[in-house]
Structure formats: structure tokens, C-alpha cells
Design a protein around this ligand. Sequence first.
Ligand code: NAX
Length: 331
Amino acid sequence: AKIPVTVLVTGAAGQIGDAIVPMIARGIMLGPDQPVILHLLDIEQAAESLHGIRMELTDAALPLLKGVVATTDIVEACKDVNIAVMLGGSPRKEITLRKHMLSTNVSIYKAQALALEEHAAADCKVLVVANPANTNALILKQFAPSIPKKNITCLTRLDHNRALGQIAERLKIHVSDIKNVIIWGNHSTTQYPDVNHVTFTTRNGERPIREHVADNHWLKTEFITTMQQRGVAIIKARKASSAFSAATAACDHIRDWVFGTPKGTWVSMGVYSNGSYGIPPGLIYSFPVKCEKGKWSIVQGLKIDEFSRAMMDATAKELIEEESLAKSCLE
Ligand code: NAX
């Protein structure tokens, strides 16, 4: 039998937590034959709902679930975790000032980094979902220096999947027949969804998407704004922010990272920049990545046109500003 993998979910009593906990416990993230132990962390005010989730996990009699630790103690939560999915943080709806949101989250991510640094497994893989995701991951990287920096990532897979979904709907093709969209940069409204390298499957093999989109104008205008505003549109419609789709994306992110991306396919992940494509080294920036044997690498050699260059630099600029704002919160 396989050794169980311990997965930490912070903010587990929140709405994405609600969606992702059953997914992990039923093998959607790590596969149908991988036993898991769940560590669920939330804050004191959410202790009762956390207890409720724990009761439901018991009631579901899940064959893959080998243990549950539901706690409000960060040290207990981080003990020996192999994978950490960080959903916990102050929600946007309560805090409207960016600076305020940053300073609250900076202190949360500093504290959680210190606990992971000390108590998590040495090769722990970290996925930060909570906003501002890139900058929270950057803080985590700074305060958990013994965790390899390649192991600290943030979620832009939801944006990636959204882009595939938008293109599929527009072109009336199935989403599984298109691939290789890229989300560059920040998980924010400055993100750049790049379709220049997207291909779709035809009877005659892979063809560039541009051959299929008569309306190139759509790709440069409405598509990009729809993407940048999609989160807000979901909130308007659901009266709550994305939950199921975010949980799905987080599972996709970890699954592809651990098991690898299919040959010829890449995905978007927020990872630390090594200077690829002229992006300042050290930033946590969303790049196209391929994964193999539990490691990601940035896809190299893609042609970048002038429009893309400007969009990629604009989102990098926003991340640099967020970083300095976050650092000023630490002083
Ligand atoms: P919720 O507000 O429903 O849940 C957040 C949970 O975190 C709450 O249960 C809260 O008690 C808990 N929490 C707060 N401080 C904590 C701490 N110090 N330690 C542990 N837990 C703590 O938000 P939800 O809709 O689940 O979203 C979670 C995060 O994901 C938010 O920051 C949100 O902005 C972010 N998102 C990021 C996305 C991405 O693509 N990167 C997309 C979806 C989502 O909006």
C-alpha cells in the first residue's frame, strides 16, 4: 500500500475549503490510489464549522482518508505536511483598501511561513491561493528560506482554465481540444492571458488557434477584458466568489506538478522568476511551465510580440509595487 500524503488546507472552513476538502479526500488531487491525511486549519471564530467539516468527513466513510487533524493551532497544522494549500486570509469583501489587505495578509503569511519552515516535511510543496496570491507567496518564500524556493508557488490555474473555457465557448469547440494558453504575471486585473501559442486539435493534427479565429480583434479586446473581470462577474452572479472552479484549479495545479504535464502541453503557474522573458528575478510571476517528476520548469524560447511584451511588463510592474508595499508593511 502507498504511504499516505499529508495535505494541509488553511482557511479550510471557507468556501473554497468546502469545495476542495472532499476533492482531496476522494483522490481528485493526488489520484484514486493515493491515501491522504488531511490537516485542516482555520481561525478560532471558525472552529465550530471546522468541527462540522470533520464530522462530515467521518460520515462520508472515505476509503482514501487515513486521518484528519482539524485545528486552529498553526504548529499542529503544519506538522509533517507534504503539500500545503493556502486558502486562509482576509477576504477582499471585508477589506477594500489594498494596503490594508496587504498588511493583514503579510502578517498571516509571515507567521505561517515560520511554522511551515519549522514543522513541514523538508520537501513540502506549497500552493498559495489566498489573495494577493503572488505577493503572499513571495512573503512565504522570504520567511521559509529552508523550503526550496521552487516549492513555493501561487495559483493562476483558475485564470488559465477560464481562458481555455472562454476560447472553447467562442469557437464552439470542446475545451479538451485546445491547449497552451498562457497567463503571465499577477493574479489580478493586470494579468495577461496570452493566446498567441494556443493550438487546437483537428483531424489533421494541431493547428494554431489564430487560423480558426476569424475575429482576431476579439482576442485582443473583449477576450482580455472578460478574463480580467471574470472574478467580479462570478461574484455578481453568485453573490459569492469562485469556489468550485477555484478548488478544481488548485487540484489541477498540484496534480500536474506532482504527476507531470502531458507531452507538448504546458500550464500556467505562479513561480519565482529566474529572469526568463526579462521578468525581474525573484518575483513570483505566472509563467508557462512544464512539469516532470515533481518539478516545474519555465517553457523557454516562445516568441513574444510587442503587444505581449507591454502587457507582460505592466503586470510585472504591478507586482514590483505590491512587493515594495508588502515590504513596507513588514517594517
Ligand atoms: P473565505 O473567506 O470563504 O475563506 C477564507 C477562510 O480563511 C475563512 O474560513 C477564514 O476564517 C480563514 N482564515 C482567515 N485568516 C486565517 C488564518 N490566519 N489562518 C487560517 N485561516 C484563516 O474565502 P474563499 O472564497 O474560500 O477564498 C480563499 C482565498 O482565495 C481568498 O483570499 C480569495 O481572495 C482567494 N482566491 C484566489 C483565487 C486565485 O485564483 N488565486 C481565486 C479564488 C479566490 O478568490
